[in-house]
Design a protein around this ligand. Sequence first.
Ligand SMILES: *[C@@H]1O[C@H](CO)[C@@H](O)[C@H](O)[C@H]1NC(C)=O
Ligand SMILES: *[C@@H]1O[C@H](CO)[C@@H](O)[C@H](O)[C@H]1NC(C)=O
Ligand SMILES: *[C@@H]1O[C@H](CO)[C@@H](O)[C@H](O)[C@H]1NC(C)=O
Length: 328
Amino acid sequence: MEKFLLFVIAASALLGISSFAECAFYFVYDQKTWTEAQSYCEEKFNGLAPINNMEDVEILNNHGNLSKMLALDGNNLAWIGLRKDMSIFVWSDIEFYEDDNTMFRNWKSGEPNNFHGIESCVIMRDDGLWNDYPCDSTLNSVCYERVSGSTVNFVFIDQKMNFTEAQTFCREQYTDLVSITTSSDNEKIKQLLPPGSPAWIGLFRGYWELLNGSKSTFMYWSEWQPDTEKNCSAANFQNSGKWEYSNCDTRMSFICNTPVLKQVVRVKLARSSSLDLNDPAVLEDLLKKLKQKLKDQGVSEDFSLSWRKQPDGKIFYKEEEEAMKTTS
Ligand SMILES: *[C@@H]1O[C@H](CO)[C@@H](O)[C@H](O)[C@H]1NC(C)=O
Ligand SMILES: *[C@@H]1O[C@H](CO)[C@@H](O)[C@H](O)[C@H]1NC(C)=O
Ligand SMILES: *[C@@H]1O[C@H](CO)[C@@H](O)[C@H](O)[C@H]1NC(C)=O
């Protein structure tokens, strides 16, 4: 009996398979602060979930496991991927909500200066100029009421309230705190202010944007209020997934962004003399054949394949395999 050692030359490579997941979001039922949640999602997925439209909201409402959330911390809140940019002012009335600092502004010179870092709301002084101011100060305010079409009434409120209270008051009694977009409106409002009596207008710091820095045009707030203390946002699934401000240090469930599911598999080619595995056209052709094969085997349409380059830039590696052959 003789034994021969056979060397089979084969080549192996890593193949990446990306499939577009049915649900673009992944709930994590684990209690983390906003920052911890974001790092976790960043590492494992694509960051915290950006909620960009009503479809996203519906997906979340259908996928969130409320009883799991409730069991963890007694509420139905989960962190989402929005952040607040305190350098940008926005109007209280969502209709004028803008990230565009080129809009009409009438700052007093040297303002806004965010003095002591606590000036997140805005007042109009009796000379018509604006100043950023601490939101917890109690002042008079100017509400406005939409009458019909573009016709609005400006209403001076001679009652000392902090910004939040003034905003709530204006929303309940009129339309909202006043938004000022032209100098003639600014002049009209100035005329309403008694000498020495500054008043809240509807401008404040805190523009919400997606984590990639894109403007978020979709808003789904359960309450619309500036809150200098709470800088993070969470979806509340007891309230149709509407967003709420929350303290970033609170621990709660969270939702990661998973636009694609990725999988890496090792493929092995038995020796095939004629193929040059360094030729991009050959590699491309192999991908096409593999894709067809997967489809033939019933894998759904939604996936893409790509070769993984090794750190040295190579795709295929030669492997030598030992095989025993026994003859008698
Ligand atoms: C405004 O006053 C209300 C009621 O006193 C309080 O709950 C709220 O925190 C205050 N808001 C600000 C911004 O100070
Ligand atoms: C940021 O993310 C949103 C939501 O996923 C997406 O629609 C937008 O195109 C992204 N913007 C950039 C600059 O990548
Ligand atoms: C919220 O942001 C403001 C401005 O950046 C900062 O002064 C404040 O400490 C932050 N609050 C929390 C709770 O992170």
